[in-house]
Ligand binder design. Structure first.
Ligand code: PRE
Length: 306
């Protein structure tokens, strides 16, 4: 049985992403964990084969708990990703009328995505952060709070009436989710891939710029750059860098080796992009250019300088 841990409880957006990523695998068992750290520990400990967690949202940016967990402990790699449109449903406790709502609970990322809507529609409600959107729905069901901002599936799951649907301050808001496994066989390159690393750039002038220049020199397009503090070293950061391409490609392998020469790098995976965008290749920076240049160096070494 293929077991996938996910950031739960039941009814989170992450559960929807995990179902999508499980695809047609009817043998996949989805197992909820209360925190992102616990879902990732489950795959590290071998309790599950994979973990599904959110990594970035188009409105609120990185999911820092996921980034920090990826940089620490046993390495995990992303083998697939999902991109979900994010529209919220506002759920009220049974018998609670909209004008009586004094508390509204949700995951901080969700509250941030509907701040304007809440200011206009529930101006006197106090915002309460919960571990996930579904945890907020559960708390409302148990009478702890008056309302929750949650995924549409949570209404049915927790039997709560919705007072508003399709709620989102920013149209087209999306969250990207990763399917993480212990390191092993990589997915095949498709031409529309994303590679992720975390690099501990030295704390000195130009260190980050040198890393980015290695990628720029090879015509590699970045898709994300986030800095997270290294705990216990005030002012020291590690950099999460996502870029187009797959480690199996010569140009990406060359870039990774260059990053590795400069600082400690943890590889976080190469996998197909959910949006299907093809990697842009700059003139003289294609895989065949890297291969033929390396062949030429080999021929020079053999004494064949023609
Ligand atoms: O709480 C949930 O439902 C989640 O799956 C987490 C999460 C997030 O971390 O961004 C996922 C999607 C939404 O953007 C809001 C919350």
């Amino acid at each position: 049985m293929y077991r996938i841990a996910y950031f739960g409880p039941e009814g989170t957006f992450t559960e929807q992403a995990a179902r999508y990523l499980a695809g047609g695998d009817t043998h996949a068992e989805l197992v909820p964990y209360e925190t992102i750290a616990q879902a990732m520990a489950a795959v590290r400990d071998g309790e599950t084969s994979a973990a599904c967690v959110p990594v970035e949202n188009s409105v609120e940016g990185p999911v820092t708990a996921t980034l920090d967990e990826l940089a620490e402990d046993e390495p995990l790699v992303a083998t697939a990703e999902a991109l979900l449109p994010i529209h919220f449903t506002v759920l009220a406790g049974s018998g609670v009328r909209a004008e009586e709502i004094g508390t509204v609970a949700s995951h901080p990322h969700a509250l941030a995505q509907v701040r304007h809507w809440l200011d206009v529609n529930l101006p006197s409600a106090r915002h309460v952060a919960t571990s996930s959107t579904a945890a907020a729905a559960l708390a409302v069901q148990q009478g702890e709070y008056d309302a929750a901002v949650a995924a549409p599936v949570a209404a049915e799951r927790y039997g709560l009436p919705s007072i508003a649907t399709e709620v989102a301050d920013v149209e087209d808001a999306r969250t990207r989710f990763l399917l993480l496994t212990r390191p092993g066989t990589l997915p095949e390159p498709t031409g529309c891939d994303r590679t992720s690393v975390v690099a501990a750039a030295a704390n000195r002038t130009g260190a980050l710029s040198e890393l980015l220049t290695e990628l720029a020199f090879r015509g590699i397009n970045l898709t994300r750059l986030d800095a997270r503090p290294i705990k216990g070293g005030f002012g020291e950061y590690r950099f999460f860098i996502d870029f187009e391409g797959h480690v199996a490609e010569p140009r990406i392998g060359d870039a990774l080796a260059a990053l590795r020469r400069r600082c400690a790098v943890r590889f976080l995976g190469s996998h197909p992009r959910a949006d299907g965008v093809r990697a842009s290749i700059q003139p003289s920076a294609g895989n065949e250019d890297f291969v033929s240049a390396a062949d030429w160096v080999e021929s020079v070494r053999r004494g064949d300088t023609a």
